[in-house]
Design a protein around this ligand. Structure first.
Ligand code: NAD
Length: 354
């Protein structure tokens, strides 16, 4: 019996999580997997109910679980609140509270969605299947910062600091993933300029000695940004720092066509993780029943694979999504005409495939 803390969140969050539960129920029934769900509040719904975006009770429920599944949080209603009370503060808070230092963002190009790729068809000929592994709780987003001075001398600064321990654990995670995939790892940094990048590069190279089967190469972040557009098919796993990962994973995901298709996992030590689609709460389409639930459904597949080691069940979900797309089923964000399916209709098709 696995225990999952379920945070439906705001906007389209509850809609896509409900679709995901239908798919999970089907795949669990097929493979004899038992999951117990415990709902928890976060983001706008938590602000409305108890006045804070991340109640202690939610953190406690997550810590008692084997995994956390999240829809999305945020919305205009809470946008004017001070930073620490905004729904997104809950998001950063939960990652930190649960020690989730590795953010995995796969960017997979589905054959059926090739035409949605903004790149030339020639540059994606061999397909795209990239796993970006981004360091999530260190680096410049969490470094010392400040400001001072006056007039033209007014200044602000942010600092990037990485410890050997922080780099070693994210590097290990990336090498492990590369071992399960095509055994190619690209470590991305700015070692030609930044001291912190030189440490990053040195530690990744040290960890590489434990994984002789994995082909490691180092790449500067600016070159990587360019190579992703020139020939994304050359990448298997990319490992990088918090800020470079933030930028490059968005770039990689856009190559595949739609925000509504991309899952993510945030992992710490061991198998515990938080799983969520990469998109937000999409307030513009909330309540209309037309959100694409596939990013969320594919996040559930990541949960089965990484937290529960249920690889076959995970593959079943991914294959079902691919089959449905190949059959021409489209949600509004993917459709080229008005002939699209609602969130529920496409979910039922995915369930049928499983
Ligand atoms: P968004 O990802 O919610 O939406 C961007 C655009 O993509 C919108 O037009 C939306 O309709 C569309 N879209 C997103 N997901 C879709 C889906 N599954 N199916 C079809 N279309 C989809 O980003 P935003 O508009 O910048 O942010 C809206 C709110 O979400 C904000 O409050 C923001 O802070 C929050 N947000 C939350 C998360 C999260 O919970 N992890 C991530 C990003 C943004």
């Amino acid at each position: 019996m696995y225990k999952v803390a379920l945070i439906k969140g705001d906007g389209i969050g509850p809609e896509i999580v409900d679709c995901t539960l239908m798919v999970l129920n089907r795949v669990c029934e097929k493979h004899g997997i038992d999951i117990e769900y415990e709902t928890a509040l976060m983001g706008g719904e938590a602000l409305d109910a108890v006045g804070v975006p991340l109640p202690d009770e939610t953190v406690a429920k997550c810590k008692e679980s084997d995994a956390v599944f999240l829809g999305a949080v945020g919305g205009e209603k809470w946008d004017k609140l001070p930073g620490h009370l905004r729904p997104e503060a809950g998001l950063l808070g939960i990652r930190k509270a649960l020690g989730l230092y590795a953010n995995l963002r796969p960017a997979v190009m589905y054959e059926a969605l090739k035409s949605a790729c903004p790149l030339s068809q020639k540059s994606i000929e061999g397909g795209v299947d990239i796993m970006v592994v981004r360091e999530l709780t260190g680096g410049i987003y969490f470094g010392e910062r400040g400001s001072g001075g006056k007039g033209e001398d007014e200044y602000s600064f942010d600092t990037e600091k990485y410890t050997v321990k922080e780099v070693r654990r994210i590097a290990k995670r990336a090498f492990e993933l590369a071992m399960e995939r095509n055994r190619k790892l690209t470590s991305v940094d700015k070692a030609n300029v930044l001291e912190s990048s030189r440490l990053f590069r040195r530690v990744v190279s040290e960890v590489a000695e434990e994984y002789p089967m994995v082909e490691l190469n180092h790449m500067y972040a600016d070159n990587c940004a360019m190579q992703l557009v020139r020939s994304p098919g050359q990448f298997d796993v990319i490992v990088t720092t918090n800020m470079f990962g933030d930028i490059l994973s968005d770039e990689a995901s856009m190559i595949t066509g739609s925000l509504g298709m991309l899952p993510s996992a945030s992992l710490g030590d061991g198998r515990f993780g938080l799983y969520e689609p990469i998109h937000g709460s999409a307030p513009d389409i909330a309540g209309k029943g037309i959100a694409n639930p596939m990013a969320s459904i594919l996040s559930a597949a990541m949960m089965l694979r990484h937290s529960f080691c249920e690889t076959i069940a995970a593959r079943d979900i991914e294959q079902a999504v691919e089959n449905v797309l190949t059959r021409g089923c489209r949600t509004a964000d993917l459709a080229t005409d008005k002939n699209y399916m609602t969130s529920m209709q496409i979910t039922k098709e995915i369930v049928k495939e499983i």
